[in-house]
Write a protein that binds this ligand. Structure first.
Ligand SMILES: CCCCCCCCCC/C=C\CCCCCCCC(=O)SCCNC(=O)CCNC(=O)[C@H](O)C(C)(C)COP(=O)(O)OP(=O)(O)OC[C@H]1O[C@@H](n2cnc3c(N)ncnc32)[C@H](O)[C@@H]1OP(=O)(O)O
Ligand SMILES: Cc1cc2nc3c(=O)[nH]c(=O)nc-3n(C[C@H](O)[C@H](O)[C@H](O)COP(=O)(O)OP(=O)(O)OC[C@H]3O[C@@H](n4cnc5c(N)ncnc54)[C@H](O)[C@@H]3O)c2cc1C
Length: 669
């Protein structure tokens, strides 16, 4: 019962008793190791037990109060990290469980990685220790009012002045104003600013520069710098804790050595020198963050699913016969068919996120050894998985709100705020459509290279099996045949390859490659999605090949893996049928099997969300409480609303009383 925060009666005890597996062992499978379970649990409890980290009234705060509360929590978190001498792993988890977006996310998540990835050793030695001690606060200032997706279109300039050995950073137009960077509006003292490098009269394109924005004495903007917050955002509470900012430069001078010079340099004389590395490494910070966003997707999704599953087990509607008990809504087949694929997706994203982290680390090691061959694969995987997992997670959180009926719409359910915080993940760090088009570009290149006999590797290795995959027919004969991983993998591979080849063939009929790509872009998106879904399914199967310990754990994960795959097959049936990978009969058999799998998950559902090991504090939901004591909590929560501070509302005297006393009369009556 590691996750209980309080509560004396366990209203979900009956549900927990029906589980067919060892929940503690599942916690290990979910977290990755016993150590990970222990440290997650310890950090989550540390946060939950500290009154400064309370968040139950967050959605009722004004923007200014919310921002100040975020500053307070960030400072307190840092104090605890220092006092308790937490490791980096512990500190990251503590911040995660504080669960309030703020400038620290960008400081640690983008500013520091940008300097580490793009700064020389000397620059790292100078800046990273200051950032680690919070002597400076940094953000990532790339996006402008006029351009976000099109990084090459950014307009801010950094012009080298050889007379003073400085760059002059300038915002030449309104649209060149930096716009959106988190932490920029009010908190950051420094930024990594992306600007067009101009030297000796030539524009060398986008490069990164470290620029001080605010005084370290009184926090006022430095001369020539205009700074502010860009205004309120979607939802109450939610992402409004973040000071997304606007920044303009009026010929601001910075020393030459504040250009991040790992990839290219400007000499004292103003000569531009590009190192022997791919230009795309400039985008390295984005690749790093996209990888972390995939891991975040499983966190946000599992959180929503945990709330919806627990509440669905408590909530009863209809079904009472002769005074018997009503039906738990979790027993309705429709509820299961909407909810269990989301539960399965949470596990699928967790494991693919784990794999992506491994891939990223592997690619980084290769880059250190000057092997750049896996960079395109890393870009395609991070872009594609970021896109598919965040889009599905945003949709799933909203579905979980609906699965909780009316109460899901209350802030106290935790779901509206979770949705509002989460949904920009579909846009930031690369708009999901723009990123899928990058995957499609990678796929088209891979298909075109097949003809020249180049053997694809990594996640596109399956394309090398083109002779077979273009003509194979699924051998599935019974619903049970769909439990065979090879049968599932074959149809997912065939679907992805056939969709990619169809696109490539249609593009080749266009007057030019570029026109064809543009014309076919809606189809290319679907092709990219099919490829990414194949990766997720494959990585789930690969996870099942690993040593998974604990009674019944592997069986549960097998069920979830099959649900994830067959749910996708059912959802995208049109793809599988139109590419001839399966017959309508086989599609129907997949659906039949899906129903059987849902029945197997049902007695395990509550235990499967318990395995996420979330505290009530982190879930922040009266519906998702561990003890299931939903109704008293809902009732009590309502009284905390500021509207209930007085019995007679403000405004009664001015606006309600005159109406009720009919002092304003219709002349005709
Ligand atoms: C209630 C509380 C609940 C809490 C819940 C928890 C939820 C989590 C909350 C989290 C809280 C806080 C976290 C906040 C995090 C927010 C961070 C957001 C930060 C940002 O958004 S920063 C800005 C990001 N911007 C972008 O991503 C821009 C997107 N655009 C691009 O990436 C590029 O411009 C492009 C689209 C890739 C196009 O670039 P370009 O025109 O240069 O390139 P081409 O298309 O011509 O391609 C050329 C060539 O380069 C290859 N390539 C492109 N990109 C890369 C890359 N990154 N790596 C390697 N290679 C790359 C491309 O494939 C081409 O190759 P080819 O020539 O075809 O071989
Ligand atoms: C909450 C939040 C936090 C952010 N934090 C930061 C930050 O810290 N630092 C930072 O630098 N930036 C930040 N950003 C900016 C973010 O990275 C950009 O908003 C994002 O990359 C999308 O770019 P855009 O706004 O230019 O969208 P646009 O590109 O203008 O998108 C508009 C529409 O056009 C479509 N579109 C664009 N190009 C194409 C194309 N080639 N083909 C087909 N369709 C296309 C898109 O799909 C979308 O539907 C943040 C944004 C948000 C919302």
């Amino acid at each position: 019962m590691a996750a209980v925060d309080g509560g004396e009666v366990d209203h979900l005890a009956g549900e927990r008793a029906t589980a067919h597996f060892d929940v503690d062992a599942m916690k290990v499978a979910w977290a990755g190791s016993r150590h990970a379970v222990e440290v997650n649990d310890r950090m989550a409890r540390l946060v939950a037990s500290d009154p400064v980290f309370r968040k139950d009234t967050r959605t009722m705060l004004s923007r200014k109060e919310l921002f100040k509360d975020t500053l307070k929590k960030a400072a307190h978190a840092w104090k605890r990290i220092v006092e308790l001498r937490l490791t980096e792993e512990e500190a990251n988890l503590l911040r995660l469980y504080v669960d309030q977006p703020g400038y620290v996310d960008l400081h640690w998540g983008m500013f520091v990685p940008a300097i580490k990835g793009q700064g020389t050793e000397e620059q790292q030695k100078k800046w990273v220790p200051m950032a680690y001690k919070f002597q400076i606060i940094g953000c990532y200032a790339q996006t402008e009012l006029g351009h976000g997706s099109n990084v090459q279109g950014l307009e801010t300039t950094a012009t080298f002045d050889p007379n003073t050995d400085e760059f002059v950073v300038h915002s030449p137009t309104l649209t060149s104003s930096k716009w959106w960077p988190g932490g920029l509006g009010k908190a950051s003292t420094h930024a990594v600013v992306y600007a067009r490098l101009i030297t000796q009269g030539k524009d060398y394109g986008i490069h990164g520069f470290i620029v001080q924005l605010r005084s370290l004495d009184d926090h006022s903007p430095l001369p020539g710098i205009t700074l502010g917050d860009i205004g309120g955002k979607f939802g109450s509470g939610a992402y409004n804790s973040m000071d997304n900012g606007v920044l303009r430069f009026d010929h601001v001078r910075i020393p030459r050595d504040q250009m991040l010079m790992r990839l290219s340099q400007v000499t004292r004389e103003g000569k531009y020198v590009h190192s022997d590395v791919p230009k795309q490494l400039l985008y390295g910070t984005m690749v790093y963050v996209r990888q972390t966003i995939v891991a975040d997707a499983s966190k946000a999704l599992s959180r929503a699913v945990c709330i919806a599953v627990r509440y669905s087990a408590i909530r009863k509607q209809f079904g009472s016969q002769a005074g018997g008990p009503e039906t738990q809504v979790l027993n309705y087949k429709t509820q299961q068919s909407r909810l269990f694929p989301l539960l399965a997706s949470a596990y699928a994203y967790r494991f693919v996120g784990e794999w992506l982290k491994w891939l990223y680390t592997d690619v980084m090691q290769k880059l250190e050894a000057k092997d750049y061959s896996t960079l395109p694969e890393a870009h395609a995987c991070t872009a594609g998985l970021k896109s598919v997992t965040t889009s599905a997670t945003a949709d799933a959180i909203e579905e979980c709100r609906k699965l909780c009926g009316g109460h899901g719409y209350l802030n106290s359910s935790g779901l509206p705020e979770l949705f509002a915080v989460y949904v920009p993940a579909c846009t930031y760090e690369g708009d999901n459509v723009v990123l899928l088009l990058q995957v499609a570009r990678f796929l088209m290149k891979t298909v075109s290279q097949l003809a020249s006999g180049k053997q694809p590797v990594g996640t596109t290795a399956y394309m090398g099996n083109i002779q077979y995959l273009m003509q194979c027919k699924s051998a599935v004969n019974t619903a049970g045949d769909w439990l065979n991983p090879a049968a599932i993998k074959e149809v997912f591979e065939a679907r992805a390859l056939r969709m990619a080849v169809n696109c490539a063939q249609n593009i080749s009929k266009a007057p030019s490659q570029e026109e064809g790509f543009s014309e076919l872009s809606p189809d290319l998106l679907e092709s990219a999605v099919a490829h990414v879904q194949l990766i997720i399914v494959t990585k789930f199967f690969e996870k099942l090949q690993q040593d998974i310990i604990g009674h019944g754990v592997k069986e549960q994960l097998q069920n979830l893996c099959n649900i994830y795959a067959l749910f996708l097959l059912h959802k995208h049936l049109g793809d599988f049928l139109s590419t001839g990978c399966i017959t309508p009969k086989q599609g129907a058999l997949a659906n039949e099997q899906l129903g059987r799998l849902y029945a197997q998950v049902r007695p395990n559902a509550v235990a499967l969300v318990d395995a996420f090991d979330y505290t009530d504090h982190y879930l922040s939901s009266v519906l998702g409480r561990y003890d299931g004591d939903v109704y008293p909590a809902l009732y009590a929560e309502a009284w905390k609303d500021p509207l209930n501070e007085t019995v007679i509302p403000d405004g009664y005297q001015e606006h309600l009383r005159p109406l009720l006393k009919q002092q304003l009369k219709f002349s005709r009556l």
